[in-house]
Design a binder for this molecule. Structure first.
Ligand code: ZN
Length: 623
């Protein structure tokens, strides 16, 4: 078996006949030299999908879906390239174990340990007298037996060596269970103890339903309660990162695809109860606020995310964060508010609860309107001052949001500006102008910040309105963007130049997240001895097929370039000049607004002399 992922991909591709792969999902029939099926990617009424065994490709004549066996599985299963490859490998009987990298091998061991532990916890809850109290507790929470089984709940008894006994009897390596956080080692090699005791165990699954971690809730009457936290999670491992996980996504994703949105709540039992009550499009974060990584997972399945907030105090603290995600991510983000004092679980068990909950979800208000409603309630927009405050608060979030690398940013900004001006009764030009000001201020602050911490100053390349003349450069005109894109073009066709580029220009020098990612992947590949050509980069960008496609287009441009090494040297020189200029410009800007003492210090710096005071006063002055 090849250990090289590119070889492996080729082998799996050769073993996956497109007709057999598509045929395992859809009813197909032969028509002349091809096969035909109803297209699963649009609402097809006559067979529009052609499957061509000779070219090993599919194509829909109506919606233009097309590709090979990998992309078909990617779209059907809503998975990334690596996952699709694993599915096809399994289908073709190509043993992944033998081809796994050491990291993959390690992950497999961790997964096995998780599965093993879950089976024991589950048996304790469902079939063992030891789980009686836990069964009563869950029954008291109104969770049905089916729900408890669907979510794989279990129970970890008290005592300290309940799980450890099975570890000994079944000769399971204790170190693995220490690593996943289910056991801990006692001092001086005095054996191991159970980490979870007297707790209901909620297995945490990845989208494919594999157990990657556990959350444990202590029994309400436990004698351990005074000195143990109420909730507790298993360890962070290569499988499980608490801040990335969405609880219940494996069960909610299909329902989400059907309703067009997924709702995000806070607790495990909220998710379980929603499923039980016939509202399955619900997931939970693991005690952290919704972040960009959550959003990109959810975006695989749905265009819209509904955040569910409690109406009580503190419930709205996440709204600014939500608005920031709305602005910076390609997602519709809406906010739903529960009646005061109720969490989803409380609401769902009421008569008509499920219907009410569903209505609350479907009538969620988008994050911008939600924020505006709250501000206008509080501040009012009667006075000029009031309007100013409202507008600054909303635009401030937009100005500070990380740039979005697509057309979507432009569309979103225009939508926001239109809505703001409408609701506040202001002219759109006024709102655009203020956004431009705030973006410039933000940029200045970032530059100062970067300088203070010694990081490279880079302009923020947040796109601003075309022709508006209010802000900085659009990404295409931004010199950093131009240098970054040229670098990508050159290196993608001339991987041998990566070593030289890596000594001069760092991925972190760029604000553009796509360019950053591409350069990091190229440099990393080169560092581990891979030739960073397109095949290798396709592997590494398995989670970002959009970015890979962009790279392919750039490499086509790169192929037209001549004297590539000389061109690279030119880019490096231009880059050095630009960095130097940015620093000088920043210092000059400071000089014009500095106080007398600051002035002395600034001039000292501008002339390249060492400082005799810390940079704090300087940086705070103009911000
Ligand atoms: Zn189609």
């Amino acid at each position: 078996m090849p250990s090289d992922p590119v070889e492996l991909t080729k082998q799996i591709k050769a073993a996956s006949d497109i007709v057999a792969v598509v045929g395992s999902y859809l009813t197909i029939k032969p028509v002349g030299p091809v096969f035909k099926a109803l297209c699963p990617f649009h609402n097809d009424s006559r067979p529009s999908l052609d499957i061509d065994p000779k070219r090993q490709r599919y194509k829909c004549w109506a919606c233009d879906a097309h590709g090979d066996a990998f992309s078909f599985v990617q779209h059907m299963e809503k998975v990334n390239f690596t996952e699709a490859r694993a599915i096809l490998a399994q289908r073709a009987g190509i043993k992944f174990d033998e081809t796994q990298s050491p990291q993959d091998h390690h992950k497999t061991r961790l997964l096995e340990a998780m599965r093993w532990a879950q089976a024991h916890y589950q048996r304790a809850l469902l079939d063992d007298p030891i789980g009686e109290a836990a069964r009563k507790y869950l029954g008291g929470r109104k969770l049905a037996g089916k729900t408890v089984r669907d979510f794989g709940l279990g129970f970890a008894p008290i005592g300290g060596d309940w799980l450890m006994r099975f570890v000994r009897e079944e000769r399971i390596p204790a170190e693995t269970l220490v690593e996943v956080g289910l056991l801990f080692a006692r001092y001086e090699n005095r054996g191991h103890l159970d980490r979870f005791q007297d707790r209901v165990m909620f297995p945490i699954h990845d989208v494919r339903g594999q157990t990657i971690g556990f959350g444990g809730r202590i029994m309400p009457e436990s004698i351990l309660l005074p000195r143990a936290p109420k909730y507790y999670n298993s360890a962070e491992t290569p499988l499980f990162s608490k801040k990335d996980v969405l609880y219940g996504l494996n069960l909610a994703r299909h329902a989400g695809a059907a309703t067009g949105y997924l709702a995000v709540v806070e607790g495990y039992t909220d998710v379980m109860m929603a499923h039980q009550c016939g509202v399955p499009q619900v997931v939970a974060t693991m005690g952290t606020a919704l972040n960009a990584r959550h959003v990109s997972q959810l975006r695989r399945y749905v265009p819209k995310v509904v955040l569910v907030y409690d109406a009580d105090a503190g419930g709205y603290t996440g709204v600014d964060r939500a608005l920031e995600l709305f602005v910076s991510q390609d997602v519709e983000l809406a906010v739903a508010t529960l009646p005061e004092g109720l969490d989803p679980c409380d609401l769902l068990v009421l008569p008509d609860g499920p219907e009410t909950f569903r209505k609350i979800l479907t009538s969620a208000v988008d994050a911008l309107d939600f924020k505006l409603n709250r501000l206008l309630e509080k501040d009012g927009a009667a006075s000029i001052e009031g309007k100013r405050r409202v507008i600054d608060e909303v635009l401030g979030i937009i100005a500070a949001a990380p740039p979005m690398p697509s057309q979507t940013a432009q569309v979103k900004q225009e939508l926001i500006i239109t809505r703001l001006s409408h609701r506040l009764g202001l002219r759109q030009e006024t709102v655009w102008a203020r956004l431009g000001e705030l973006q410039r201020e933000h940029k200045q602050r970032q530059l100062l910040e970067a300088q203070k911490t010694g990081a490279t100053p880079t302009p923020n390349q947040t796109p601003v309105r075309r022709g508006g003349n209010q802000g900085g450069p659009t990404p295409k005109a931004d010199p950093y963007y131009i240098i970054g894109a040229t670098l990508v073009r050159l290196l993608s066709v001339e991987p041998g130049l990566v070593a030289k580029a890596a000594t001069e220009i760092q991925p972190e020098d760029f604000e553009h997240t796509g360019i950053r990612r591409l350069l990091s992947e190229m440099y990393d590949a080169w560092k581990v001895g891979q030739v960073p050509d397109l095949d290798v980069l396709r592997e590494r960008l398995a989670d970002r097929s959009d970015l890979f496609e962009w790279l392919v287009r750039q490499s086509e441009v790169g192929r037209q370039m001549e004297e590539r090494e000389k061109k690279l040297q030119g880019e490096i020189a231009a880059f050095r000049r630009m960095k130097e200029e940015a620093t000088q410009k920043l210092l000059s800007a400071k000089v014009s607004s500095a106080s007398e003492e600051e002035l002395v210090e600034l001039l000292r710096r501008k002339m390249g002399k060492p400082s005799n005071q810390d940079g704090d006063n300087l940086a705070n002055g103009a911000a």
